[in-house]
Design a protein around this ligand. Structure first.
Ligand SMILES: C[S@@+](CC[C@H](N)C(=O)[O-])C[C@H]1O[C@@H](n2cnc3c(N)ncnc32)[C@H](O)[C@@H]1O
Length: 325
């Protein structure tokens, strides 16, 4: 990448990841409008605005009102080149319709949570700093708090969530311990929840784990409560309805389940034919909507991972929107 790339100013809210690769693959330039579907602290949006100077525009979405406030303050110097909308990204097409925008020229989605959300104990995402049983990314679409969610769970359903979304070994034991302690009123904050998770892991297994089991349990609960995978799946399909033909989509994920959704969604949109195998010619006439630009996902450089360990798990996939005939 050329050395003329200006990186956004450092922010304690969230350090944007793989900025250079994203700018390059979105072909960011003046006169264009970009959709940042996950505004967070506004780091990526700032880079998009800087590199589409003097008149490029960015529409930024986030379901978290705190992110909207933070990014709007940071990006105020760009005036009406930037517009923030509090919304779930699964509703991106409706947001553009409401703004009277047919298509944007490029779209970025940087999935998951921001460092600020993880670090702020009051949000209830943190197992290190005790906070309320919350974990909602935003007060939108009637997302339950962690406390409300736990009231709806039994051992089997919770064990399934911990296993599927957290790949937590010993998930049934942990689920049993959580349900029992929660029913007895012994889990009233994230610190207590974290202790229950850790105590439920057998010592032999604990010695073999190279990650705190509470990290995996909290990740699983966060994904379930915020229904993150369904929204991401919807967003992959909405993205092709929002970007003009010839424009690019950049999707960055931090979890293998998220990346699988993006990979499968891109594959399906690039090859949507539903004809049974063996037919001499296609009869469903479904047209490809995307061309996959990155057969293998892009990863952050060693230098970036050293400076920002969170970049280690980032995987970035790029696709180009095709014209419909
Ligand atoms: C990794 S952060 C984005 C950081 C941002 N790129 C930056 O430079 O600061 C992910 C953001 O996406 C938001 N988010 C997660 N799921 C969302 C959804 N379904 N709809 C809208 N925003 C979502 C979170 O609230 C969070 O602020």
């Amino acid at each position: 990448m050329s050395s003329s790339i200006t990186l956004p100013n450092a922010s304690s809210y969230h350090v944007p990841i793989m900025v250079e690769q994203i700018l390059q693959h979105l072909h960011v330039s003046a006169h264009h409008t970009y959709l940042d579907a996950t505004l967070g602290g506004g780091g990526h949006s700032e880079a998009l605005l800087q590199h589409s100077s003097p008149d490029g525009k960015v529409i930024g979405l986030d379901r978290d009102p705190e992110a909207i406030l933070e990014a709007s303050t940071r990006l105020a110097p760009f005036g009406d080149r930037f517009q923030a909308v509090q919304s779930n990204y699964s509703a991106m097409r409706t947001v553009l319709d409401d703004l009277g925008i047919d298509f944007v020229d490029g779209l970025l989605l940087d999935a998951g949570v921001s460092s600020h959300q993880l670090d702020d104990a009051d949000r209830g995402f943190s197992f290190r700093n005790s906070g309320p049983l919350d974990m909602r990314m935003g007060p939108d679409d009637n997302t339950p708090t962690l406390e409300q969610f736990l009231h709806t769970q039994d051992e089997e359903s919770l064990a399934k969530i911990l296993k599927e979304y957290g790949e937590l070994k010993g998930s049934y034991r942990v689920a049993k311990a959580i349900i029992s302690a929660f029913s007895a009123g012994k889990i009233t904050n994230t610190g207590e929840l974290s202790q229950v998770v850790v105590s439920a892991i057998q010592p032999g297994l604990m010695r073999r784990m190279n990650i705190n089991p509470a990290t995996l349990a909290f990740q699983a609960l966060r994904i379930a409560i915020n229904d993150e995978l369904s929204h991401l799946r919807e967003a992959v399909y909405s993205a092709v309805e929002c970007v003009r033909p010839g424009g690019y989509i950049a999707l960055m994920c931090f979890h293998s389940l998220e990346d699988r959704i993006v990979k499968q969604g891109f594959r399906h949109l690039a090859n949507p034919c539903e004809c049974p195998p063996g037919l001499p010619a296609c009869v469903c006439h479904k047209q490809p909507r995307l061309e996959i630009v990155t057969r293998k996902p892009l990863k952050a450089s060693d230098k970036e991972c050293e400076a920002n360990p969170r970049a280690r798990s980032a995987v970035l996939r790029i696709a180009k929107v095709l014209p419909t005939t």
